[in-house]
Design a binder for this molecule. Structure first.
Ligand code: IMP
Length: 430
């Protein structure tokens, strides 16, 4: 195992990346987020305390770890401050955090527009987190966005802000939304930068120096591959690419540095928001899994939809992101089910598909081809090695490896750092 690792979500988000990233972050010199923003919700539990992270990297709990919010993120400075305040109140007072000067900024009107666009979709909601992520990325690519580094040059920031407001206020007015006053926004952001300005810098330079000097660098993905703007279940996706493939651009490093990728996958599947979900369960089993797995959104509190492990999705995401190992999460939640299933293909219009179709209209027609296996009743939360798992649970893990072609390197049997089985010795060396 080399000195760098990418951890990505391989399903529809909420796979438990926070825990796995935190596990490696304890030993990492640097943790880098490279896409998304405060739409993410990572829960990290250790020493009996629970912490919720949205845009801040999971290495924040280790004072020796340098945390980077990369240029590929969209950053809401108001929410970063609020997040830091919450962490401070929980005793996280000693940390290292740097924010890319090239990262796009989420402005207050982005959340207003996010809500308004959703309302206009009436029956066809995407179910966004309403944090303004889509509108912020849209402005970035329309080249009217503001960037974190702009805040360090007040005159330049004023000029960019004036230009943005001229355009945005026309749109806000047309939609019947509140318009923004230049002085108010300017003063608010100058106030914020007086507190967080020292964190804003050329983070790509920092990451490259760390890589070149063989530091342990962890790249932390947000959301999941099936929410990828290019490869996900479009349009029910987020606005960035959660894949390891977006690390080079989003962190400002060359592709040669990306080789070890852990795909975090729940031992079953969940998704929040709308969109087809072929292995979705609607019966008592969905209810039981949801309650046992506390399957409610960290950011929005919405109940998550629940389904069987989908190997069609797993094969697809491992192909796209070069996944070397699965980290199989929430494995303890499956105890107590009579039978467990794995989806190995989709049946669609009389054909078996090995890979997801490009349109959600076809995906909605897909019926899962399921392998049914014996379940297990034993509580596995105390297991610390693969051998301690019940036979039926071991068979389930081996079947996932067989049908996805990717080894399971880690199994998580509970929320705490300690409740982790590292199967592959190489992973212990990071
Ligand atoms: P947005 O990212 O707020 O634009 O939302 C777009 C879609 O991505 C919605 O279905 C959200 O529920 C989903 N989404 C965004 N972030 C996350 C996440 O961290 N976990 C799970 N779903 C997410």
């Amino acid at each position: 195992m080399s000195e760098r690792l990418v951890v990505i979500g391989s399903q529809w988000g909420d796979e438990g990346k926070g825990k796995i990233t935190d596990y490696f972050a304890c030993r990492a010199d640097m943790v880098v987020r490279y896409q998304g923003g405060n739409n993410a919700g990572h829960t990290v539990v250790f020493d009996g305390h629970k912490y919720a992270l949205q845009s801040i990297p999971s290495g924040i709990f280790n004072p020796k770890t340098v945390n980077i919010m990369g240029n590929g993120m969209v950053i809401n400075p108001v929410s970063v401050e609020a997040e830091l305040k919450r962490l401070y109140e929980q005793g996280i007072t000693d940390y290292q955090l740097y924010i890319s000067d090239r990262a796009a900024m989420v402005m207050p009107w982005h959340a207003d527009l996010d809500g308004a666009y959703e309302a206009m979709k009436a029956g066809k909601l995407i179910g966004t987190t309403k944090k303004g992520i889509g509108p912020a990325y849209t402005d970035k690519y329309s080249r009217v966005g503001l960037r974190m580094g702009d805040l360090l040059e007040p005159e330049y920031f004023a000029e960019r802000l004036r230009g943005a407001l001229e355009q945005k206020n026309i749109e806000l007015r047309a939609l019947g939304l509140k318009e923004y006053d230049f002085d108010e926004v300017y003063n608010q952001y100058m106030d914020i930068v007086s507190r967080i300005g020292h964190m804003i810098c050329d983070t790509s330079d920092m990451v490259n120096k760390a890589l070149e000097s063989d530091k342990k660098v962890l790249f932390e993905g947000a959301q999941g591959m099936m929410l990828c703007i290019d490869h996900g279940t479009y349009p029910y996706v987020t606005s960035s690419t959660p894949s390891s493939a977006s690390v080079p651009v989003g962190a400002g490093v060359a592709p040669k540095w990306i080789d070890n990728v852990i795909g975090v996958a729940k031992s079953y599947c969940t998704r929040v928001g709308e969109g087809p979900f072929p292995t979705e369960l609607f019966d008592q089993r969905a209810h039981d899994i949801r309650e046992r797995g506390h399957e409610y959104g960290t950011v929005t509190g919405r109940p998550r939809r629940v389904g069987w492990f989908d190997a069609v999705v797993a094969r697809y995401t491992s192909r796209l992101a070069g996944i070397n190992y699965w980290a199989l999460m929430l494995f303890d939640v499956l105890s107590g089910l009579d039978k467990v299933c794995i989806c190995t293909g989709y049946e669609c219009d009389g054909k078996i598909l090995e890979t997801p179709p490009s349109t959600i209209s076809r995906l909605a027609k897909c019926k899962p081809v399921l392998i049914e296996m014996e379940g297990w009743n034993e509580d596995v939360t105390g297991a610390r090695s693969f051998d301690e798992l019940p036979e039926a649970a071991k068979k389930y893990v081996r079947k996932i490896e067989e049908v996805t072609g990717v080894p399971v390197g880690i199994i998580s049997v509970g929320p705490d750092r300690q409740q982790t089985i590292i199967i592959d010795e190489k992973l212990k060396n990071f």
